[in-house]
Design a binder for this molecule. Structure first.
Ligand SMILES: [Zn+2]
Length: 251
């Protein structure tokens, strides 16, 4: 029974019986885990506000022999992200990040990249408010870490890289950008501007600390969102609930 001590992001909680709390975390050490915090509902002193949504915490836990649920021995706050629950758009964007992580990464699949990227976007949403442009750029990076990422830097069919080509379309089923000559009449397409293609090619590869410097025009933001949403719909074979909520109530 190896005990872990790790940084983690709180993905959600659920009551478990009278006094325990079921906590879902994205940990740096062991990926996404679900653990029990014993007496967390009764002993306010022990875990006060620690398990609020999106908070960055330090947590000590282990997997008891023969069990599926981890046992959380201790937890403390490193960085409270209280503003994530402060308004509807922030809550909805946080929910989208969390749902995407759940959909793409199985429990206990370890990825330091995923932890760093998720912690950073939640921290940015907390500090800067509900920035939809940054949300989508980070969604692109979470897709990349999962290994299922749309290609923007070249045509997926002929691999031509002419970034200044006039006709570039996004074809969700093809997995990325398709140039004018490669488009067939049967393709479902989203038209992309040159600026969007350039921005998203860069956003796929630059260090995540520099993502926040990419500026998307309103038109590029709308194209980015359409591309990534249709790509995710196609990959998952369904629409995520958080996306449905955003479309209905936020924009
Ligand atoms: Zn082509």
């Amino acid at each position: 029974m190896r005990s872990h001590e790790s940084h983690a992001v709180v993905l959600g909680t659920r009551d478990m019986g009278e006094s325990d709390l079921l906590v879902e975390l994205l940990s740096r050490d062991t990926g996404r885990i679900v653990g029990v915090a014993k007496a967390a509902k009764k002993s306010k002193r022990r875990f006060v506000n620690t398990f609020d949504l999106g908070h960055l915490i330090r947590v000590k836990y282990y997997l008891p022999r023969g069990r599926e649920l981890f046992l959380i021995e201790d937890a403390s706050l490193i960085n409270p992200h209280g503003r994530l629950a402060g308004d509807l758009p922030s809550m909805a964007y946080t929910a989208l990040v969390i749902e995407l992580v759940r959909e793409l990464f199985p429990e206990t699949e370890r990825s330091t990249d995923l932890f760093e990227t998720t912690a950073l976007i939640l921290s940015i949403l907390n500090e800067r408010g509900a920035r939809q442009d940054l949300l989508w750029l980070f969604v692109l990076r979470i897709l990349k870490i999962s290994g299922i990422v749309p290609l923007f830097s070249a045509c997926v069919r002929c691999r031509s890289r002419q970034a200044d080509a006039a006709d570039r379309f996004f074809v969700p089923d093809a997995g990325g950008v398709v140039c004018g000559p490669c488009i067939t009449p049967r393709d479902r397409t989203i038209e992309l501007s040159c600026g969007t293609v350039t921005a998203l090619s860069a956003a796929t590869d630059i260090p995540i600390e520099r993502l926040a410097r990419i500026a998307l025009t309103p038109a590029s933001l709308s194209q980015t969102r359409d591309c990534l949403l249709s790509f995710i719909d196609h990959q998952l074979g369904k629409r995520m609930r958080s996306v449905d909520f955003i479309e209905r109530y936020i924009s």
